[in-house]
Design a protein around this ligand. Structure first.
Ligand SMILES: NC(=O)c1ccc[n+]([C@@H]2O[C@H](COP(=O)([O-])OP(=O)(O)OC[C@H]3O[C@@H](n4cnc5c(N)ncnc54)[C@H](OP(=O)(O)O)[C@@H]3O)[C@@H](O)[C@H]2O)c1
Length: 245
C-alpha cells in the first residue's frame, strides 16, 4: 500500500511574508493541495494581488507588520473568522543584510532583530491558542536558515536572528509536542528571491542559477505538513546540489 500522507484539503494555514519568494510559494503550493490560507505582509497592494491570484475562496489577505504583536493577532483572527479554524502557521517573514557588525547602521540591526526574531515570536504567540484549540493538533513551521545552524561570515547579525529562530523552534517542540503541536525549523541555504537584493545581492544575481528556488523551500514546508501526525521533523536543512554545505 502506498504511504499515507496527510490530506491538506480544507486545512487552514497562516503564512507571514507571503508577497514574494518562499512565503508566496508556500501559499501557492498549499492552495494547490486544497488548503485555505491567511497571508500577511506589509505591502498591501502586492498582498491583494497574491490573494487574487490564489482565489478569493482560498485566501484572506491581512496587511501587517510582523514586528507588531497586534498585527499578528489580526492575521490569526482573520484566518479563524474566515475559515473557521487554524491548523498551521508558517512564520516566514524575514529580512537580511550582509555586512560586518560595524558596517550596519543601528536601524538595520534593529530591523533585522525585530523582524526575524521578535516577529517570529509574535506570530507563534498569536497562533498557539488556536492550534491548541484544534482537536486535530497543529503545526508551526518556522523558515530559518542554514545561517541559523552554523553562522556565516559577513552576516553575523542576520545569522544570530536565525539561530534564535532555531532555538525557539527546538524549545517550542519540547513545550508543545505533548499537546499535539509539531514544530519544525526549515533551514535553507541561499534561495533565489528578492531577499537581500540591494544589501548584498543584485536582482537576478548570477549565483541564483545554482541556488535553491523558492518552490524548493516551499515544498519542504509543505512536506512537513503532509507527514502523518505520528511523525515530526524538527530541523530540515537543505542545499541545492550546486551549493557547498
Ligand atoms: N533567500 C535566501 O537566500 C534565504 C535563505 C535562507 C533563509 N531565508 C529566509 O526565508 C524567509 C523568506 O525570505 P525570502 O527569501 O522569500 O525573501 P523575500 O522574497 O524578500 O520575502 C520576504 C517576505 O517577508 C515580508 N516581510 C519583510 N518584512 C516584513 C515585516 N516587517 N512584516 C511582514 N512581512 C515582512 C516581505 O513582504 P513585505 O515587504 O510586503 O512586507 C516578503 O513577503 C526569510 O525569513 C529569510 O530569512 C532566505
Amino acid at each position: 500500500m502506498p504511504y499515507a500522507t496527510r490530506d491538506l484539503r480544507g486545512t487552514v494555514i497562516a503564512i507571514t511574508g507571503a508577497t514574494s519568494g518562499i512565503g508566496r510559494s508556500v501559499a501557492q503550493q498549499a492552495v494547490e493541495l486544497g488548503a485555505k490560507v491567511a497571508i500577511g505582509a506589509r505591502n498591501a497592494e502586492r498582498l491583494a494581488q497574491v490573494a487574487a491570484d490564489l482565489g478569493a475562496e482560498n485566501a484572506v489577505a491581512v496587511p501587517m507588520d510582523v514586528r507588531l504583536p497586534e498585527d499578528n493577532r489580526a492575521l490569526i483572527a482573520a484566518a479563524v473568522q474566515t475559515f473557521g479554524k487554524l491548523d498551521s502557521v508558517v512564520p516566514n517573514a524575514g529580512i537580511g543584510m550582509y555586512g560586518s557588525i560595524l558596517d550596519h547602521d543601528d536601524d538595520e540591526i534593529t530591523r533585522m532583530m525585530h523582524t526575524n526574531y521578535d516577529g517570529t515570536v509574535w506570530t507563534v504567540r498569536a497562533a498557539v491558542p488556536e492550534l491548541l484549540a484544534n482537536p486535530e493538533g497543529g503545526d508551526i513551521v518556522i523558515v530559518s536558515s542554514v545561517a541559523g545552524l552554523r553562522g556565516g561570515g559577513d552576516e553575523a547579525v542576520y545569522a544570530g536572528t536565525k539561530f534564535a529562530q532555531v532555538g525557539l523552534a527546538g524549545s517550542l517542540d519540547r513545550e508543545l509536542r505533548e499537546k499535539g503541536i509539531r514544530v519544525t525549523a526549515v533551514c535553507p541555504a541561499g534561495v533565489g528571491t528578492e531577499f537581500a537584493v540591494g544589501t548584498g545581492r543584485v536582482a537576478n544575481d548570477p549565483r541564483f542559477a545554482d541556488w535553491l528556488t523558492p518552490d524548493d523551500v516551499a515544498h519542504a514546508v509543505i512536506t512537513t505538513l503532509l507527514q502523518p501526525r505520528s511523525v515530526r521533523t524538527t530541523v530540515w536543512a537543505m542545499w541545492s546540489m550546486g551549493q557547498q554545505s
